[in-house]
Design a protein. Structure first.
Length: 159
């Protein structure tokens, strides 16, 4: 029994590495086409989907450090795709929002990963689709905790 589990773990590890490779390959092609990194496009999509927010909240949504999100914002601001908006109530906090140019880009920018998943899920019945989703959630929970059970990457539990 232990040998079978070890074999399954080895195979799952290989699948996760393949998944990572496929995602990175898609991000690389996307970057060449739109001149954006994956992180930049994810930040633009987050603002498009959820509206303006602070850089701290963006950091949590994108699962990156505040320093990383600041750099992403700086580069997108130079491209005139986002802007920092200072609120009169608390001038210490800048909210990040899309510019009209950023909105136009996101409206016409496909999400290759989401498109591929949508296409693949069309052939599945609802039960199979939910089982895949739940399995992915379980794998993420396994990978996101250390042996002591504390979250190691800051990724919130799915759901």
């Amino acid at each position: 029994m232990a040998f079978e589990k070890h074999s399954v773990v080895k195979e799952m590890t290989r699948y996760i590495r393949k998944l990572n490779h496929v995602v990175q390959l898609g991000a690389s092609k996307f970057s060449q086409q739109y001149g954006l990194t994956e992180s930049q496009s994810r930040l633009l999509r987050a603002l498009f989907d959820f509206g303006e927010m602070s850089s701290a909240k963006l950091s949590r949504k994108l699962y990156v450090t505040p320093a990383n999100v600041t750099g992403i914002i700086d580069r997108l601001e130079k491209k005139e795709l986002v802007q920092r908006v200072i609120k009169q109530k608390d001038r210490r906090i800048a909210f990040i929002s899309l510019t009209p140019k950023g909105i136009e880009l996101v409206e016409h920018m496909p999400d290759p990963l989401e498109e591929k998943l949508s296409s693949g899920f069309k052939s599945l019945d609802q039960g199979d689709a939910l089982q895949i989703k739940e399995s992915m959630e379980s794998v993420i929970q396994m990978l996101d905790s250390d042996p002591g059970g504390d979250a190691s990457t800051g990724v919130p539990p799915p759901g």
